[in-house]
Design a protein around this ligand. Sequence first.
Ligand code: ADP
Ligand code: ADP
Ligand code: ZN
Length: 217
Amino acid sequence: MNLIIMGPPGAGKGTQSRRLGEHLAVPVISTGEMLRDEIKRKTTLGAQAKRHMDKGELIPDSLMIGVIEERLKRSDCARGFILDGFPRTVAQADALHKMLGENGSSLEHAVSLAVPNDELLKRLSGRRTCRDCGAMYHIIFDPPTNAGLCNKCNGELYQRDDDYEDIISSRLEVYESQTSPLLDYYRGHRQLLEVDGIGGRDDVLARILKRLGISQS
Ligand code: ADP
Ligand code: ADP
Ligand code: ZN
C-alpha cells in the first residue's frame, strides 16, 4: 500500500506513520528526518536545508523532489511505503504523481490528521526528539522512562531548533499557505481520508486503520 500522511506540524504524522509502518510492514519515509540526518552528517544538502528549516520555511521543491525520487527507487519501496511530510506543496504532489505513474504505480490514500492550532502549539513546544533514532516524545503527553533519554536506543533527547514558539508560528503559517491546498488536491483525486487527530495515540491509530479498511489484529 502506498500512503501519504499529511497534517500540520505537530499533528502526529511521525508518531502515527511509524506505527502504521510497523503494522503494514512497509518503510516510512520521513522527509524531515532525512533532512535532519543530512544536517547531522554535514552534507551539502544538509547545509542548504538547514538555512530554510531554522526559519520554519520549506526547502525548495527541486531539492526535495530530487531526494524523494532517489529514495523511492530503492528496493524496499517495491511493496509499498508511507510518506511522512511529503508532499508539502502542489508542485511536490504533481511530481509524486508523475514519478509513481512512470513506474506503473499510484498512491492509494492521502491520510490527513486534523488537530486545532492550540493543541498543535502544546504538542510542538513539549516535543523532544531522539538525536540517534529520531523517535519523538512529549514532556507531558509521552515522557520517556528515563528523563532526557530515548526508551528505544538510550540516545539523547533534544528540543528541535524549529520547535520554539516563534518558529512554530511561522511553520503553522507555511502549512496554511503552502500545504493546506493539498487537501483540495487530494479530495479532487478522491484519495483524501480526513481523520480526527485528537485523543490518545492508540485511538488515532485505530481511526486511521478503520478508514483504510484494515482490521486491527
Ligand atoms: P513536522 O513533522 O513537525 O511538520 P518535519 O520534520 O516534517 O516537521 O519537517 C521539518 C522541516 O523540514 C520543515 O519545516 C521544512 O523546513 C523541511 N521539510 C520537511 N519536509 C519537507 C518537504 N516535503 N518540502 C519542503 N521542506 C520540507
Ligand atoms: P508531526 O510529525 O506531525 O510533527 P509528531 O508525531 O512528532 O507530529 O507529534 C508531535 C508531538 O505531539 C510529539 O511530542 C508527540 O509525542 C506528541 N503526540 C503525538 N500524538 C499525540 C496524541 N495523540 N496526543 C498527544 N500528543 C501526541
Ligand atoms: Zn532513540
